[in-house]
Design a binder for this molecule. Structure first.
Ligand code: AHR
Length: 696
């Protein structure tokens, strides 16, 4: 898909270069005759005036496992319900065998049940028991993955499972246990277990034999090489002799994961995220953090260690969370993409909307349990940052990372209802972290919206406690974003800093994306107050939309970024660390957003580059005369990246695009421009233009 996008972006680039001359309008949209063909803008960038620091971590991402973004998504595991854990709590149609099929072909006879008598680990209580009465035909189990298993010809896939022979040949039933040959499984006695990739029709596209283990849980591994490319293959496990076999943790991973990590991430999806060059990653939620009731809150300790010892649980978004993508993998991913980890822990209260039957209201952890609850949070800090010989640092080291992860930011709570119970518990957590780990920056919460009761109470509470940063969320219309570009201009600089942990303009059209871009120019202008910002949600599997819109859509074979992704990327890779004062007038108008045109000018100190971001939301092209006040030497060339198109269109792959999909995916297209202390840049209608230039 990436290749596809780049190829088409190139041809779009040719068209855009033509627009860059200011001659050819991009779209065929008819212009009313009264509207001027081009608006004239004057931009003065005051390099000679003091610049204002911008948070070095302004643009990042927020990842939550909703929309199957982890299970069946970023987490590269291809087997669904690998641990026989699905339950009716997650979906009324599900049980521990959901996703699995018993195979009895050509006269073979077998049965499958779920047992819990002797699990691999207490955190992982159930497993499957396969009993074969007649192995003359194919007998075993098959798993169709998450909407099928997509495999590519020539690629290798690592299969792994835990197995334990229960008996060989005949089941002893109630008979006295006198015949060891019948009752005792013997090493090497039973025939091998066959692991295959098959098409839906049963054609074998990869096969390997695994020696069966004796009567203790043993991990079996092998590699399968796909002989064909198939979109919806299945993993098949076949027994070749009569007997009983316990099976658990059946796993299939592409050998090639992102950065070749074991228990790793889907390479193309992880790369799309990495290409955003986020400065931080907020995880694991969202609503997922406080969960559906206190018992369902996300417990980081359940998510580390060998995967067979992790404790999966129902996900608030109504599917099973294996915790295969756990805290170690999240931190490792952050390190792999050069982003700072920003985990969020629950704040001692449940979501006020907990309970699917209309909501049970907020519940609070009993005060006598709070010391242990707080200790779990302090343990997290030790796990992330402590030396390898500390209690929790040793667990990180045992997982393969002796060096500390360098945790600096910690979110406490998500969109909580600001009640006395919340305040009491938050204060306990906040004070404990401050006392033991003053180096950690705590990020508080001020409710689910940009205003309202929780917002007001949350801010008043943060003021009282002097919480370093608070987390604001808003999902609003594009018009709201455009009307609120001055929101942070008026924020009191003496108060808590702001993390906009979740925001989106309720749509994936270019118009939405440009409204977000306009808003982001204001985030840069207020980069002294707004420390972090992350669009939400980040990714979505097209057949499992729990929340719309999203930034990146995907299915088992493709990654399809929205046009909003292009905006996030253009800002993120061009983020500066100092905001440079400027003036902007458009056809004589000089307000903050004259005639729907928005500007930000920043400097990136690492390269010394000056970066201009010009957003033209409206339907009229702009020709801007730029003057760089105070520059002695400029250019001679600048790189220019332009995103434009039909404002009503969405990128293909968006589940709601339908006939409204743009013919070629809308993305930033780069070219060069001759520049000097003064130069001209054209911003077509409905566009974001980023100009990056060298100055002295
Ligand atoms: O981003 C989706 C959800 O929106 C998050 O889980 C929650 O924090 C917010 O309400």
């Amino acid at each position: 898909m990436w290749t596809f996008i780049s190829k088409h972006a190139l041809s779009l680039g040719v068209i855009l270069n033509a627009i860059g001359t200011g001659v050819a309008p991009m779209t065929a949209t008819a212009q009313p005759s009264t509207r001027p063909a081009v608006m004239s803008a004057k931009i003065t960038v005051h390099l000679d005036q003091p610049a204002k620091p911008i948070s070095p971590d302004l643009f990042g991402i927020f990842f939550e496992d909703l929309n199957h973004s982890a299970e069946g998504g970023l987490y590269a595991e291809l087997v669904r319900n690998r641990s026989f854990d699905f339950s009716t709590v997650e979906n009324s149609q599900w049980n521990a065998l959901t996703g699995w099929e018993l195979i009895q072909r050509n006269g073979g006879r077998a049965s499958v049940n779920i047992d819990a008598a002797e699990p691999i680990h207490p955190s992982n209580p159930t497993y499957a028991v396969l009993e074969v009465g007649d192995a003359s035909g194919d007998v075993g189990l098959s798993n169709g993955g998450f909407d099928g298993i997509a495999v590519k010809q020539g690629e290798t896939y690592d299969v792994a499972l835990f197995a334990r022979q229960l008996y060989h040949e005949r089941r002893w039933g109630g008979r006295p246990t006198t015949n060891p040959a019948i009752m005792q499984p013997q090493e090497g006695k039973a025939g091998p277990l066959i692991a295959r990739l098959e098409t839906k029709e049963g054609e074998v596209i990869a096969q390997v034999s695994l020696a069966l283990p004796p009567d203790r849980w043993t991990r079996l591994t092998a590699t399968l090489t796909a002989q064909r490319t198939v979109a919806d293959a299945r993993l098949v496990l076949l027994m070749t002799e009569r007997g009983g076999l316990a099976i658990d943790m059946v796993s299939l991973f592409p050998t090639k994961t992102f950065k070749d990590r074991a228990n790793g991430l889907r390479a193309d999806l992880a790369q799309a995220i990495a290409d955003l060059k986020p400065k931080f990653v907020r995880f694991p939620g969202g609503c997922l953090v406080h969960g559906n009731g206190l018992g369902n809150a996300y417990n980081w300790k359940d998510t580390i260690g060998p995967i067979e010892t992790r404790k999966g649980q129902p996900n608030l978004w109504r599917y099973h969370q294996s915790m295969g993508l756990g805290y170690y993998e999240y931190f490792q991913f952050c390190e792999d993409i050069g982003a700072k980890p920003l985990p969020v822990v629950p704040s001692g209260v449940s979501c006020k909307n907990s309970g699917y039957q209309g909501g049970i209201g907020q519940r609070a952890v009993p005060l006598e349990q709070m010391p242990a609850y707080i200790q779990d949070i302090l343990d997290l800090i030790e796990w992330a940052n402590g030396p390898a010989d500390s209690t929790w640092g040793a667990k990180r080291a045992a997982a393969g990372h002796p060096e500390p992860f360098g945790l600096k930011y910690l979110g406490v709570g998500n969109e909580e209802h600001i009640t006395p119970e919340f305040e009491e518990r938050f204060e306990m957590i906040h004070n404990a972290i401050k006392a033991k780990h003053p180096e950690i920056v705590v990020i508080g919460t001020v409710g689910p919206g940009p205003s309202g009761d929780d917002y007001d109470k949350g801010w008043a509470f943060a003021d009282k406690l002097k919480v370093p940063v608070v987390d604001e969320h808003y999902y609003e219309s594009p018009e709201w974003f455009l009307q609120n570009v001055k929101r942070y201009d008026a924020y009191d600089r003496a108060k808590s800093k702001v993390y906009i942990g979740e925001y989106a303009s309720r749509g994936n059209s270019l118009h939405n994306a440009l409204a977000e871009a306009a808003y982001m120019t204001a985030l840069e202008r207020n980069g002294d107050v707004v420390q972090f910002a992350s669009y939400a949600p980040l990714i979505c599997k097209t057949r499992h939309v729990h929340w719309y819109p999203d930034l990146i859509y995907f299915d088992n074979e493709r990654v399809m970024p929205s046009v909003n992704y292009a905006v996030q990327q253009m800002f993120s890779v061009n983020a500066g660390d100092a905001w440079i004062p400027h003036t902007l007038s458009v056809d004589g108008a000089t307000d903050a957003d004259p005639k729907g045109v928005y500007l930000s000018s920043v400097r990136e100190s690492a390269s010394g580059d000056v970066i201009l971001k010009l957003v033209n939301v409206g339907p009229t092209p702009v020709r801007a005369e730029v003057s760089l006040g105070g520059a002695t030497s400029v250019g001679p060339q600048a790189s220019v990246t332009v995103l434009t198109g039909d404002p009503t269109k969405l990128n293909a792959g968006d589940p709601r695009a339908g006939s409204n999909a743009a013919e070629t995916p809308m993305t930033g297209v780069s070219s060069t421009l001759q520049v000097g202390p003064t130069f001209t840049v054209d911003a077509s209608q409905h566009s974001l233009t980023v100009v990056r230039l060298k100055t002295k």
